[in-house]
Ligand binder design. Structure first.
Ligand code: F6R
Length: 616
């Protein structure tokens, strides 16, 4: 939610405003309602901002030509206040000397605003953010320098923030601070410093990074960073690290091939990401699996796509000898679980590691009931990793398309590996059997390679339902995770109303809508649910439903009763069937992508959405 990019440099002749705008564009997946830049220019602040997308705002190079030596920019996902000029960031104080950008939500902004207004501050926007520059202005008026004023201002604010502040009279530094909203620093030592909401934003410029922790504040000078704790004011050591992501992560290029959309490129990365996930270390798996086996009560929680991955993961972990795992949406967790028994464990699944509801659920479980937290998370150093006892990092790498897809595939792969480790530790399967399952899991990467080669067939079938108003997705058992994911993808990027139901449940209501030509997608994994699913297909078919089924390549029974099939080239073995969750979902993600593209929509930045949902 909201992207921030700042740059300060010693290098003469760098096109600073253009580099800031380019960095900001790499963060546009975080929000795209409005954007703006502020630069320090010869003792004053130059602000340019507008509603709309960066490319439109920068038509004729308006943002790129902002005069000044250093600055910061922001792309917004509106929370407080409509996406209009006044609410766009950066925001300034009454003197116009302080400019600030913010990602997060200040919960006590109404009280602060009243208080500041009573003391004569004039507000220009409806945002929660605007209290920040005015608070900083007050502390500076009391004689504090910029860093100490920011430090005092953040102490007054409740909620989440990643902020960057510049001041017209401070020509050689800017100040950043964070709490529960991401902010990372990139550095070219001795020359240039960047700050951004995520690492890929500065990846084309440097690979040296520093992650700012919660309740820390940093002074950024060209090629130098000083970090302080907000509470004590004590200076702390910088932990630099080299980022090993491929530079391609931030670009629509894969293996030298240019893609029209990040989503398409990222779908094509799935096979290699699965292979990377398969080579994760045994130690990580051991302690994660053992923690699950040692707990008396196990929950799994997540939001959106990550929740659907969690459903597949839970299914696998229980099936391979783990305990029963209760899945609860993170936004419902606190209300659904008023009490937790001792020795409870929560598995949290998240791509960003910053989803506010997920963080709230794990903090509640950990701080109130002492529950252990095991996380599956894609972003190293994200907030969720800091609240977790055990962490498995998924190997999806930066995911730029707003709708998650490769992260989903690696999350399920990671949890399937945990499931197989549980099987080993609990001695419920013999080692040769477990090895066969592991090989089948690895083979899913080859299966998806084939699906990519033949993706034109998926597109063809997608086009048959591209103009439907409503589509059902039905499945049973493990297939449900794929069905829910397929329905969500189509809803969010192609704007088609979809509903995913447990197939057995469809006759308890949803069937009332079926009439001639109503499309229904069935996920027909050939496991123990297959014959029962055929019954559900027949119920829909006999009422005129158009049946689109995702089936194994060797399928005949479901094929006979379907109008169209998408065929998955898995082996005809119990192991391949047990590990088929990812390929069956992958084709539905791909189909949604092709439908969105065919309708001329932007699958990377669907309307009203943002990649990292840091509001509750
Ligand atoms: C859908 C999608 C979202 C996220 C959800 C959780 O395509 O991307 O539903 O899965 O917002 O986000 P993370 O995984 O970052 O916690």
């Amino acid at each position: 939610m909201c992207g921030i990019f700042g740059l300060i440099t010693k290098e003469k002749d760098l096109p600073v405003a253009r580099l800031i705008r380019e960095g900001l564009e790499r963060l546009e997946y975080r929000g795209y309602d409005s954007a703006g830049i502020a630069m320090v220019n010869k003792g004053h602040i130059e602000v340019r901002k507008k509603a709309g997308r960066i490319a439109d705002i920068n038509k004729d190079g308006w943002l790129d030509s902002t005069p000044g030596t250093f600055g910061v920019a922001h792309t917004r996902w509106a929370t407080h206040g409509k996406p209009v000029y006044n609410n766009a960031h950066p925001h300034v104080d009454c003197t116009g000397k302080i400019a600030l950008v913010h990602n997060g939500i200040i919960e006590n902004y109404q009280d602060l605003r009243k208080e500041l207004a009573m003391r004569g501050h004039a507000f220009q926007s409806d945002t929660d953010t605007e209290v920040f520059p005015h608070l900083i202005e007050e502390f500076m008026g009391k004689g504090f320098d910029l860093k100490d004023s920011v430090m005092e201002a953040v102490k007054r604010c409740k909620g989440a923030y990643g902020i960057v502040v510049i001041h017209a009279d401070n020509p050689d530094y800017m100040v950043v601070a964070r709490k529960e909203s991401p902010l990372v620093i990139g550095i070219i030592p001795g020359k240039t410093t960047f700050c951004a909401s995520d690492i890929p934003a500065f990846l084309p410029l440097t690979r040296e990074a520093i992650v700012l922790d919660d309740n820390e504040i940093a002074v950024l000078r060209p090629g130098e960073v000083e970090i302080y704790r907000v509470k004590s004011g004590e200076r702390i050591q910088n932990n630099h690290f080299q980022v090993n992501y491929s530079i391609d992560a931030a670009q629509k290029v894969l293996d030298g091939k240019a893609y029209k959309w990040f989503m398409h490129k990222e779908l094509h990365e799935v096979p290699r990401k699965i292979r990377d996930q398969m080579s994760m270390t045994q130690d990580r798996l051991d302690s994660f699996a053992q923690a699950i086996l040692d707990a008396d009560h196990v929950f799994i929680t997540a939001a959106g796509t990550a929740f659907y991955a969690a459903l597949a993961g839970k299914f696998q972990m229980t099936r391979f000898g783990g305990p029963y795992i209760q899945a609860i949406l993170c936004s419902e967790f606190i209300d659904a679980v008023p009490e937790m028994k001792p020795n409870s464990l929560v598995i949290a699944v998240s791509q960003s590691g910053e989803t506010a509801d997920t963080i709230e659920a794990v903090r509640y479980a950990r701080e109130k009931f002492g529950a252990k937290i095991c996380s599956i998370v894609n972003v190293v150093g994200s907030s969720l990793t800091r609240y977790s006892d055990e962490v498995i990092i998924t190997t999806a790498g930066p995911e730029i398309a707003v709708a998650s897809q490769k992260a989903y595939c690696t999350q399920i792969t990671a949890m399937s590996l945990v499931a197989l480790r549980i099987a080993e530790l609990s001695h419920k399967y013999d080692p040769a059997q477990i090895e066969a399952f592991r090989k089948a899991l690895l083979d899913t990467a080859d299966v998806i390679d084939h699906l990519i080669i033949e993706e034109g067939k998926i597109r063809e079938i997608g086009l048959k339902i591209a103009h439907a108003d409503n589509i059902y997705f039905l499945a049973r058992g493990l297939g449900q995770a794929a069905s829910l994911e397929g329905a969500l993808k189509l809803k969010e990027i192609a704007y088609i109303h979809t509903e995913a139901y447990a197939a057995g449940e469809s006759k308890h209501g949803p069937i009332a809508l079926i009439e001639e030509g109503f499309p229904i997608v069935f996920v027909a994994i050939p496991d123990q649910t297959y014959d029962r699913l055929i019954g559900n297909i027949m119920e829909m078919k006999s009422r005129g439903g158009m049946i689109i089924s995702v089936v194994a390549d060797y399928d005949s029974k479901v094929t006979e009763i379907s109008d169209y099939t998408i065929r998955i080239p898995i082996a005809n073995s119990p192991e391949a069937i047990a590990m088929a969750a990812v390929p069956f979902a992958f084709v539905l993600q791909t189909m949604a992508y092709f439908i969105a593209d065919s309708k001329g929509l932007d699958p990377d930045k669907p309307r009203n959405l943002a990649k990292s949902v840091t509001v509750k």
